[in-house]
Design a protein around this ligand. Structure first.
Ligand SMILES: Cc1ncc(COP(=O)(O)O)c(C=O)c1O
Length: 351
């Protein structure tokens, strides 16, 4: 069977998360997120964020989290500003547009939106004959695996406040960003420097589920109504709550001593595996399209090598050049060291 470096959601869930779910067993709970597991998980998350006043809601997946939150805050004529590579702009089947809101994209730098990008969208949209940009969407990490610095995030948030824009962060892989050695943004910074964001569970140890965190008081009202209307209010909400309670329980890891909870130790593992792959590829003399900062690696390899790798591994191709191909590799909380070693030794043999 081919080993997959295609994504970080190919494994069902971390064994501790599975144990946590089976331990809630056949007991009965109230539905729709009003239960002890969701309350416990929300408290743990707020503590981690140092944001006691934030509201935490558990939703089943990333696209529904993005469209539910974004459509909940925008008026009919309002629009989103996003990087060209942003997940909502490319990989969500027009879900945001289907809620009636245009996405205005800009190229960005290394997958990151810049203030100049946001400014240029504002300059282009001046009156009621065009949509009114009202929310900035970024993801952390970006689609290219890169991270914003605290200064960049802080500048974007300040700019948003000055120009009456909301800042929303897609954190499908937030753990991989916050635990990246190249990222100086901490959990409390995310809560301080955005209006809302989500913490991805699906890609970091949960079977499924995302935690939407709303920090701006003015955006909290009626969110559960909108969740229900959009199909995002899970009857068995406690199943997501129990997973997040396990991921964010204080759970000092022996193998990752810098990690404070399972969510962090799993993210650190995925980054470590990515860095090992990057180191191996770099030492063979090949380069990368983007700096390797999280669990996404986009090396540029000779087509001949990539064709041979396709026989034993699953991964996606990002861009083709003359006789070279940029491929996208993603490691996960479950990637074994042996898969990384085999992958590097195969590239070495094929060189
Ligand atoms: C950054 C980002 N946001 C959102 C999503 C959407 O998640 P889902 O496919 O579970 O709806 C993904 C999924 O790959 C993602 O990578």
């Amino acid at each position: 069977m081919k080993y997959s470096f295609k994504n970080d959601y190919s494994e069902i869930g971390h064994p501790d998360v599975l144990d946590a779910l089976s331990s809630i067993g056949s007991k009965q709970y109230d539905g729709y997120g009003i239960d002890e597991h969701c309350s416990k998980a929300a408290e743990l998350i707020k503590k981690k964020l140092n944001a006691p006043k934030a509201e935490v809601h558990f939703l089943p997946a990333g696209t529904i989290a993005n469209l539910t939150f974004i459509s909940s805050v925008l008026k009919p004529h309002e629009a989103v500003i996003a990087p060209l590579s942003g997940h909502i702009a490319v990989h969500e089947t027009g879900a945001i547009e289907a809620t009636g809101h245009k996405i205005c994209t800009r190229e960005g730098v290394l997958g990151k939106l810049t203030i100049a990008d946001i400014e240029s969208v504002l300059l282009e949209h001046k009156d009621e004959h065009m949509v009114k940009p009202r929310l900035v969407y970024i993801s952390l990490p970006t689609e290219c695996g890169t991270v914003y610095t605290k200064e960049e995030l802080s500048d974007i948030y300040d700019f948003c406040r000055d120009f009456d824009l909301y800042l929303y962060i897609d954190g499908a892989r937030l753990g991989a960003a916050i635990n990246s050695p190249e990222c100086d943004i901490a959990y409390n910074d995310i809560a301080r420097l955005s209006d809302a964001f989500f913490i991805g569970g699906t890609k970091n140890g949960a079977i499924y589920g995302e935690a939407v965190v709303i920090c701006n008081d003015s955006l909290k009202a009626d969110f559960r109504y909108i969740m229900k209307q959009r199909g995002a209010l899970h009857a068995k909400g406690f199943a997501i709550g129990a997973q997040f309670a396990e991921l964010f329980a204080k759970n000092e890891s022996k193998t990752e001593p810098q990690a404070a909870c399972l969510y962090d130790s799993l993210a650190i593992h995925s980054i470590t595996m990515a860095k090992m792959i990057a180191h191996g590829i770099h030492s063979l003399g090949y380069d990368f399209l983007y700096p390797v900062q999280t669990n996404i690696i986009i090396p540029v390899l000779p087509t001949t090598i990539v064709e041979r790798l396709h026989k034993d591994y699953l991964f996606s191709e990002w861009e083709r050049f003359d006789d070279m191909v940029a491929i996208r590799l993603v490691t996960s909380w479950a990637t074994p060291m042996s898969a990384v070693e085999d992958f590097i030794s195969d590239i070495t043999r094929y060189k």
